[in-house]
Design a protein around this ligand. Structure first.
Ligand code: IMP
Ligand code: MG
Length: 417
């Protein structure tokens, strides 16, 4: 037996997504043989700046530009072939060997035009503010066992299944809807077949050979279907657990979890956001931080950093290493606020806990921090120590700007590869 087993590390957002995961994945992926997406779909928008060119990835892992690592789209992903091929086209212009480094799980679920249509119709009523990428309905089809999996395309065994799916959503199984979706599959199928493989076997084999895998989380822990502010959540588990069920990574192979958080919070779409602000300062943060959705272009809602929330999701995700991002956006602010507790609106009790299920019954309690002029300053160091003490976790890294080389490693000893 090989005594040198490989392992997996995970990168997870601890807020409502858009914590700047892509840059960190791109940066850290140098240390890994594989990078894998395990949940979500084209609702994600991961921005990477590479050789002064900006790339936005929706489905392909953000590590794909790294020539040393293989990028896997795992079985837990809901896969839109149109978005994938558009993304691939833009990458091929940049690197003609890119195809060889991408694998899609044969157990990933196909997202079809019908899913997007249902997503739009439902959101008119539900008002969740989804990305309209068909994510919720695609996961629903999967759980209802009427979805088309990529292995159905490989086996060319999907026509009957498509009829069933169309019927499931209340449309005529021989009508317009069927034809539209059938043509969609016929159009894209030939181009995606070469990428399809049983990726969980690759993963298991790689681990047995001592290889290293980086798992790229999409969305954020606070959008988790179970632990987020339901129903204002996405339709997958975003709290790292999907690496097991959506990637085929054995539980005991997980080593480090990098939990990312911005120096403020943002949220796109509807739902509770206790520390939200909507004044001039919010506009300044939105503009300075370029806080516009990379998938939908929507302006992101802005609010103060929420430490009870961060602590809750750091614990749930098993975060071992914190990474602070967008720290540069607050440099030269005279002061800024951080939520450090919640007050119960009726009992007036103050708790240092985040209560997602009854968050509407609570009001944030703030602490004001002095601004910092440099990342060397006493003020910045004080802020970092406060967070470390509050969460009882180390801040490993700070991202100080959008470029790849704009970051600081605060504790080099706690992560070696
Ligand atoms: P869905 O995932 O498209 O169903 O959208 C559900 C909620 O999650 C909405 O509030 C979306 O704005 C939000 N959401 C989905 N994906 C992302 C993401 O990658 N970043 C930030 N918010 C997201
Ligand atoms: Mg994003």
């Amino acid at each position: 037996m090989n005594s040198k087993l490989g392992y997996a590390d995970a990168i997870v957002g601890l807020q409502w997504g858009d914590e700047g995961k892509a840059k960190i994945v791109d940066l850290l992926s140098q240390n890994y043989d594989y990078t894998i997406r395990v949940q979500g779909g084209a609702n994600a928008g991961h921005t990477v700046v590479h050789k002064e060119k900006k790339f936005i990835f929706h489905l392909i892992p953000s590590s794909v530009l790294n020539e040393k690592s293989v990028s896997i789209i795992g079985n837990g992903v809901v896969f839109d072939p149109k978005v994938f091929l558009e993304e691939l086209d833009s990458l091929r212009n940049f690197d003609k060997n890119i195809d060889k480094r991408i694998v899609i799980s044969d157990k990933a679920t196909l997202v079809l035009p019908i899913h997007k249509k249902i997503d739009a119709i439902r959101d008119e009523i539900l008002k969740i503010g989804t990305t309209k990428r068909g994510i919720g309905p695609a996961y629903e089809s999967k759980v209802a066992r009427v979805a088309i999996k990529l292995f159905d395309l490989v086996a060319d065994d999907w026509l009957k299944k498509l009829k069933l799916l169309i019927q499931y959503y209340g449309y005529d199984p021989d009508g317009k809807e069927f034809n539209e979706n059938k043509n969609f599959i016929l159009k894209y199928k030939p181009y995606i077949l070469p990428f399809i493989d049983d990726s969980e076997r690759m993963v298991i084999k790689a681990l047995s050979e001592g290889k290293k895998i980086l798992c790229e989380g999409a969305q954020g822990a606070a959008l988790d279907i179970d632990f987020g502010t339901y129903p204002y959540v996405t339709s997958s588990n975003t709290i790292v657990s999907s690496i097991f069920s959506g990637g085929g990574i054995p539980l005991r192979s997980l080593r480090n979890v990098f939990g990312l958080f911005k120096i403020y919070c943002t949220r796109v779409g509807n739902g509770p956001f206790p520390t939200e602000i909507s004044d001039e300062l919010a506009n300044k943060i939105r503009d300075d931080g370029r806080e516009y959705g990379s998938t939908t272009g929507r302006p992101r809602r802005i609010g103060w950093l929420d430490l009870p929330m961060l602590k809750y999701y750091a614990r749930l995700t098993g975060t071992s290493h914190l990474i602070l991002t967008k720290a540069d956006i607050f440099s030269n602010f005279p002061e800024f606020k951080v939520c450090v507790a919640y007050q119960n609106n009726s009992t007036l009790d103050v708790i240092e806990e985040y209560p997602p299920a009854s968050i509407h019954l609570h009001t944030p309690v703030y602490k004001v921090f002095k601004g910092f002029t440099s990342f060397d300053s006493v003020e910045f160091k004080h802020f970092i120590s406060f967070i470390e003490e509050y969460l009882n976790l180390p801040v490993y890294m700070v991202s100080t700007g959008p470029e790849k080389d704009e970051y600081l490693i605060l504790k080099p000893d706690i992560y070696q590869n």
